[in-house]
Design a protein around this ligand. Structure first.
Ligand code: FUB
Length: 336
């Protein structure tokens, strides 16, 4: 059926991009890759997966990571350099466990690593660490960013120099426990017909170390302009927000969690509202899916992970794929 369709509609091959075979990072398990170009070189900031004694549960205790490595390369098609440990849990005074998906930014001549971890009360917060070099080592600030909560930070520095931090994730990421404005352990996702929870966004201060504003909720609308409802779990935000800008359009992409898609929405404003546009990547091997999108030497790439090699959800490998856009700015779904 698929073959017949393709021979009739020649465009069916070109409406999708293909992944690059083999993991981008091997040697260590890695996940949640945040890719950036600094000084003309491609840097990737992933989580560093490892085996541990933590018992698997719905809070993701098995994702029990204790440090970050930074990788860099001149080509997405060759093995990157592993720059070693850039930040370790034992060097973060406020954190107790679970160094989850990080991101990085460059401003004022310094490099910033944003990272989530559980604090000593077992509540996810977001920390920041600085370095003079993109590969680290990074020095963590003594406290998490005031007003931060939940996980999966994504920093975005706009062309006008304004910097934003997007964050949040459901279930293990605790976002649904913050609906009252403070941590409520009994917080649940809204009912199926109620608007879904969006990621949060805050303007970062000039020195990138604190929130200049209170975190706002980012609205995601469906193609009719109605807020996406919580029951629409192939579309609603779950975790892993990523924001990039192309031709003046802001793209918010994210994981739909329990439906395992990478979806995207677009806006003319970094604060939204964003309108849902479609799927970036169909489900990969493993429960989680988490990505970034970057322009490197005039071409766009998707970085993502899967658990195809280990066949264990929490032992993942970072992968890469060229990303293509349609003339209308739509992202062509990446075919695995
Ligand atoms: O890697 C730990 C968590 O799993 C991340 O923070 C989520 O986005 C998911 O990939």
């Amino acid at each position: 059926g698929v073959l017949a369709l393709c021979s009739v509609a020649v465009s069916c091959r070109s409406s999708r991009s293909k992944t690059i075979p083999g993991p981008f990072i091997s040697g260590l398990y890695s996940a949640d890759p945040s890719a950036h170009v600094f000084n003309g070189r491609l840097y990737v900031y992933p989580s560093h997966d490892r085996k541990s004694d933590a018992r698997p549960d719905n809070d993701g205790s098995q994702y029990d990571m204790v440090d970050y490595h930074v990788y860099s390369t001149d080509s997405v098609y060759t093995a990157p350099t592993d720059h070693g440990v850039a930040l370790a849990l034992e060097d973060v005074p406020w954190a107790s466990k679970q160094l989850w998906a990080p991101d990085a930014a460059h401003k004022n001549g310094l490099y910033y690593l944003f990272f989530p971890a559980r604090d000593k009360e077992n509540i996810f917060r977001i920390g920041v660490a600085t370095s003079k070099n993109p590969e680290g080592p990074f020095t963590a600030e003594p406290n998490p960013i005031a007003g931060s909560f939940s996980m999966d930070p994504c920093s975005f520095v706009d062309d006008d120099g304004k910097a934003y931090l997007y964050f949040g994730g459901l279930w293990g990421g605790q976002l649904e426990k913050w609906q009252t404005g403070s941590f409520d352990p009994s917080g649940r996702e809204p009912g199926r017909l109620s608007p879904a929870l969006g990621p949060r966004v805050a303007r970062l201060s000039e020195d990138m170390l604190s929130f200049e504003s209170e975190a706002l909720e980012v609205q995601i609308l469906d193609e009719q302009g109605t807020p996406v409802v919580a029951g629409n779990n192939r579309v609603r935000f779950f975790e892993g927000a990523w924001v990039h800008k192309r031709k003046g359009v802001y793209y918010l992409s994210y994981s739909t969690g329990d439906t395992h898609l990478l979806a995207y929405a677009t806006s003319d404003n970094p604060l939204g509202p964003f309108t849902y546009r479609g799927v970036v990547l169909e489900p990969v091997a493993g429960w989680t899916t988490h990505h970034s999108i970057v322009e490197f030497r005039g071409k766009w790439y998707l970085f993502y992970h899967d658990a195809a090699e280990s066949k264990i959800d929490y032992l993942r490998n970072v992968r890469a794929a060229p990303l293509e856009y349609g003339k209308d700015g739509s992202i062509k779904t990446v075919q695995r």
